[in-house]
Design a binder for this molecule. Structure first.
Ligand SMILES: NC(=O)C1=CN([C@@H]2O[C@H](COP(=O)(O)OP(=O)(O)OC[C@H]3O[C@@H](n4cnc5c(N)ncnc54)[C@H](O)[C@@H]3O)[C@@H](O)[C@H]2O)[C@@H](O)CC1
Ligand SMILES: [K+]
Length: 532
């Protein structure tokens, strides 16, 4: 099943953008909304939204448990509990603390829950686990902690998290706003454990931590309700931390091929990579560039080996042909896929001359190892030469002279920092790929699944980026991150389509990189099949 449900909002936004708000930005919006409405309005709406959502996910649920934390997240759970009970469900609320200690709105929700017939247990030491009770709820809801959770769970909270997760196999485990234990800003775990929900309903704003690092794993299907706090159904872009990629973004970058077109209409992509033993990486990138629609794709293998059989449409050339006067200046160059150490030799000239350069894998490693190359990279922007970097976290760590844990701890910041350091557009790969460029709100990708964790997947992404870019050589610097984010979305969409097509319907097996260009082509076809 696709793991993101933002419809109808994602289909309604004309620019195709949904905004993500970190804790500070969400708190600012929350304060505005609270000031604009009578007390309890927002929590009442949150409770109704949670109740309707639960109904939609589990229409036949009769028996619901909710774990209620000490703050407003717990209040949302109590407000929902009142609705479930009024709808005839048997509902038990397990309170972390005592009702008298709840904030005022949550006390109102508590009173409403009591009146509606919710069974309440206060000051509960530990939520019952499936092996300690004969009762079998259909749905268990995490309303422990939300935006107010910033420190590592202590032993008692770890016990509650473990008990809630133990219900995952018995029924539906749902999280309100943020799965407890997950950092809503960075998607990291605040301690060793966090709720692993089947689905999460984000309230008022979408939080970046739901979408990147461990966010997707722990949030399950992500749903959103803006609580109708303004005339528009969505929170404003102002103050947003990032934008979420969408189908609409990908569609906006996909143009029909004009009837009178010929291969010269779509530009040349040169792929430089494929050192000895790694020729396949260059071939994958080249195949992707071709399938993305580039006019001609020329491969300059660093090994000198030409894989004629790989794709008859590809042309095999030497590096010196690429470096002939006027050739590289007209090309879109994808460099580094399977490049080995040999790639360092060609980088100085490519950095100097290529107007559009995608740097991946060993090209990134070469840059990190040589300060002269890094300087040459950062000087490109001043000459209006554009660069796309596609590091995975380890490559990003090398480029930033940091370590992977540091990069991953704050993926959004890391990508933005790297973009500033290199003056390039940075695609930081991983669960919830981040696309960052100086002066622009970063993108966080919402498509994809673990089928993409397979060798060669990144080569295909780099190649497709080159292939789309060659058809849009005049992409303005300020739109480069949009182009990159659209391709990242397509790459993920291909994996989701593979899931839908599979009889097993889940990410049990990888999508082989050699099949990925075709799968991305199907994703493009699916774009044009949906309404504009
Ligand atoms: N204020 C409102 O009317 C609204 C609030 N909303 C909900 O309110 C939530 C935020 O509410 P709060 O600011 O009260 O935050 P939380 O509900 O996340 O909880 C904060 C409370 O938990 C305690 N706490 C934090 N970390 C802890 C830990 N590790 N162990 C034990 N206790 C810990 C804090 O001391 C504080 O008492 C959102 O996530 C959302 O669910 C939204 O529904 C929008 C409306
Ligand atoms: K929660």
């Amino acid at each position: 099943m696709p793991s993101l449900r933002l419809v109808p909002f994602s289909e309604l936004t004309p620019a195709g953008a949904l905004w993500l708000h970190d804790t500070a930005a969400s708190r600012a919006l929350e304060a505005q909304a609270l000031a604009a409405h009578p007390p309890y309005t927002l929590m009442a709406r949150a409770g109704l939204a949670v109740a309707r959502w639960t109904r939609a996910l589990a229409p036949h649920a009769r028996h619901i448990w909710v774990a209620v934390g000490p703050g407003h997240n717990g209040g949302d759970g109590l407000a929902a509990a009142a609705h479930w009970a009024m709808a005839g469900c048997q509902v038990t609320a397990f309170l972390w603390g005592h009702a008298k200690d709840l904030p005022p709105d949550a006390q109102t929700a508590f009173a409403s829950a009591c009146k509606s017939g919710v069974q309440i247990q206060e000051g509960v030491a530990l939520l019952p686990r499936p092996d300690t009770t004969d009762v079998k709820p259909d749905v268990v809801v995490d309303a422990l902690l939300g935006l107010g959770h910033h420190r590592a769970p202590d032993e008692r909270l770890r016990g509650w998290i473990a008990a809630l997760n133990a219900w995952r196999k018995q029924g539906l485990l749902l999280a309100i706003d943020v799965p407890t234990g997950l950092c809503s800003d960075h998607g990291t775990l605040l301690g060793a454990q966090a709720i692993e929900a089947h689905a999460t309903l984000s309230l008022l704003t979408l939080k970046p931590g739901l979408f990147t690092h461990s966010g997707r794993q722990h949030s399950g299907e992500i749903w959103f309700d803006g609580l109708a706090t303004s005339a528009h159904p969505l929170p404003p872009a102002a103050g947003a931390t990032a934008s979420l990629t969408s189908r609409a973004l990908a569609r906006s970058l996909q143009a029909a091929r004009p009837h009178q077109s010929h291969k010269g209409s779509f530009g040349d992509v040169w792929v430089v990579g494929g050192a000895t033993g790694m020729e396949g990486a260059a071939t994958l990138a080249a195949s992707a560039a071709l399938q993305a629609g580039a006019g001609r794709v020329l491969v300059a293998p660093l090994s000198g080996q030409r894989e004629w059989a790989a794709r008859p449409e590809l042309m095999w050339r030497s590096i010196s042909e690429l470096l002939n006067p006027g050739v590289v200046e007209r090309a879109t160059v994808v460099c580094g896929c399977g490049g080995g150490n040999a790639v360092a030799r060609v980088l100085p000239e490519l950095l100097q001359r290529a107007p559009r350069l995608v740097l991946d894998a060993d090209a990134l490693n070469a840059l990190s190892a040589d300060p002269a190359l890094s300087r040459a990279l950062s000087q490109r922007a001043g000459r209006q030469q554009l660069t796309l970097l596609t590091p995975h976290p380890l490559e990003a760590a090398r480029l930033a002279h940091s370590d992977t844990a540091h990069i991953q701890h704050q993926r959004l910041h890391s990508a933005q920092h790297l973009a500033a350091q290199t003056q390039a557009c940075v695609v930081l790969k991983g669960s919830g790929t981040v696309v960052a460029q100086v002066g622009h709100l970063p993108w966080v990708n919402c498509s994809g699944n673990a089928r993409l964790s397979t060798p060669g997947s990144g080569d295909v992404l780099a190649g497709w980026l080159g292939g789309l870019w060659s058809q849009r050589p005049d992409t303005a610097p300020e739109h480069l991150s949009d182009l990159a984010a659209a391709v990242v979305w397509l790459h993920g969409c291909a994996a989701e389509l593979a899931d839908e097509a599979s009889a097993r319907g889940s990410s049990a097996l990888p999508l082989l990189a050699s099949q990925l260009p075709d799968a991305m082509a199907r994703a493009v076809d699916a774009l044009s099949a949906t309404r504009p």
